[in-house]
Design a binder for this molecule. Structure first.
Ligand SMILES: Cc1cc2nc3c(=O)[nH]c(=O)nc-3n(C[C@H](O)[C@H](O)[C@H](O)COP(=O)(O)OP(=O)(O)OC[C@H]3O[C@@H](n4cnc5c(N)ncnc54)[C@H](O)[C@@H]3O)c2cc1C
Length: 431
């Protein structure tokens, strides 16, 4: 039963939910957000005098439409700069991506990486079956062993044999063999990849980028409303503190597996499909340190299994305004999953020791530390994911629920694509 007199209910005020609201051609909607503030994974907060995002965020996009929209709505100027990304490996720093910048690593490591290229079998025979297989075939044994396998094992917190390589083309820089060899023979800077230039709000954290959407939605946004049940018969969303929200159509940006648990009356196969969806989680260890003399690098990637994090985000280098603060924000991303436990006790101390060991900061300069946990960080794409998400999204659409966004659709996308997915959801709601 669709009552056209009821509003459109949008669950979640991340980029996808906010964009869905923005693109609806009418005002008859409400956005319900469980958190205390909007932004989703694009929130920011201040701690110890520095600004931190939910993992390292910078804006870049292949979609001119999104660039124009964000540029128009963002309440402050955008600051653009080259991305200063590095890899810490074998006790030294080389530029990111590792595979393009082997020069400077110990000679035996470079030799093993180059010899490994002799076994590379790109685009020949059957497609690779897993991320592990893709790495081996695309880069050979040396680059696999010295960086890509240990790094991705840390990042995904899942066995690489269980992850499909469908998404890698967009995400793992794949230089041709000639470029890998050239990068091994001489110090060169290979910045031929999609996010080699990055944008960040000139003032505030990454969340400022989406403030224009929040302003547009205005009082139709309700924060602190956690939807824990959706009744298809009465077409009502129920909040955990007992409020009812009747809807004509519902846009969900909450994680797809949680949504399926909360909607009654879905076909029997839905629960199994939802249970098969995989994701990882993050502990973010935030360090507020004395700003003087901290490196100008923006990101450092680390494959070494002994180092607790896979990525360091030097967020205060995202804009001159953040850099000018007396405290500098360093954030370590530490992945975990049911398959990879990370002990939270002593984690901040282990991170400080590792950062000091990398020569980035003196432990005495670390003024405050905190650990924030992100339960849903990256969707993990397994051999079941494509079929399961298509089945679930189709089933929910038939029931009048349009899903959008990173975990709403279980897609490894950034916020620019989440904006487009929100726009598409608004169009579907109106169709
Ligand atoms: C470590 C990391 C680094 C990233 N780096 C970048 C980057 O550099 N650039 C970039 O553009 N993007 C980056 N992203 C991706 C970006 O953050 C996401 O793509 C984007 O936030 C997805 O938007 P969304 O609206 O789909 O989901 P989310 O941002 O997750 O928003 C979903 C919202 O739904 C709410 N919600 C969930 N359940 C309920 C419920 N039951 N009731 C009510 N509300 C609910 C949540 O509280 C949340 O606010 C990164 C992400 C991570 C984790």
């Amino acid at each position: 039963m669709t009552r056209s007199s009821d509003p459109v209910v949008i669950v979640g005020a991340g980029p996808a939910g906010l964009s869905a609201a923005y693109h609806l051609p009418h005002d008859d909607y409400i956005v319900l957000e469980a958190g205390a503030e909007p932004g989703g994974l694009c929130r920011s907060h201040e701690f110890g005098g520095a600004v931190f995002d939910v993992g390292g965020h910078a804006f870049f996009t292949r979609h001119p439409e999104v660039r124009e929209l964000i540029g128009r709505l963002c309440p402050v100027e955008l600051f653009e700069q080259p991305r200063s990304a590095w890899v810490y490996s074998h006790g030294t720093y080389v530029r990111y991506p590792f595979q393009s910048h082997l020069h400077g690593l110990p000679t035996d490591v470079v030799r093993e990486c180059l010899v490994g290229l002799l076994t590379v079998v790109r685009d020949k025979g059957l497609p690779p079956t897993s991320l592990a297989d893709w790495i081996e075939r695309t880069f050979g044994d040396g680059i696999r062993r010295h960086f890509l396998e240990p790094y991705n094992t840390k990042l995904w917190a899942h066995p690489l044999r269980e992850i499909t390589p469908a998404w890698t083309g967009q995400r793992i820089v794949t230089p041709d063999i000639d470029a890998i060899v050239a990068g091994a023979l001489e110090p060169r800077h290979n910045d031929d990849y999609v996010n080699a230039r990055v944008t960040y709000p000139a003032d505030g954290g990454f969340s400022t980028l989406y403030q224009g959407f929040v302003k547009h939605v205005g009082e139709r946004l309700r924060c602190g409303v956690h939807i824990d049940r959706i009744d298809l018969d009465t077409r009502t969303a129920h909040s955990s503190d007992g409020e009812d929200f009747p809807f004509s159509r519902l846009v969900s940006t909450m994680p797809l597996d949680l949504l399926v648990e909360r909607v009654n009356g879905l076909p029997a196969g839905s629960a199994d499909a939802a249970r098969r969806l995989r994701h990882n989680s993050l502990h973010l260890v935030n360090l507020a340190v004395d700003a003087e003399g901290v490196t100008k690098r923006q990101r450092v990637y680390v494959a070494d299994p002994e180092v607790p994090f896979h990525k360091l985000v030097l967020n205060s280098n995202s804009s001159p305004a953040l850099r000018a603060r007396p405290r500098f924000g360093i954030q370590a991303e530490v992945s975990f999953s049911p398959l990879k436990h990370v002990e939270i006790d002593g984690l901040a101390e282990r991170v400080v020791a590792a950062v000091a060991g990398m020569g980035l900061v003196d432990p005495g300069a670390v003024r405050e530390t905190e650990v924030c946990t992100v339960p849903y960080a990256y969707p993990v794409h397994t051999s079941d994911t494509t079929a399961d998400r298509e089945y679930l999204l189709g089933t929910l659409l038939e029931a009048g629920i349009v899903c959008a966004g990173r975990f709403g659709e279980w897609l490894y996308i950034n916020s620019d694509d989440a904006v487009l997915r929100g726009k598409k959801a608004a169009e579907e709601v109106c169709a």
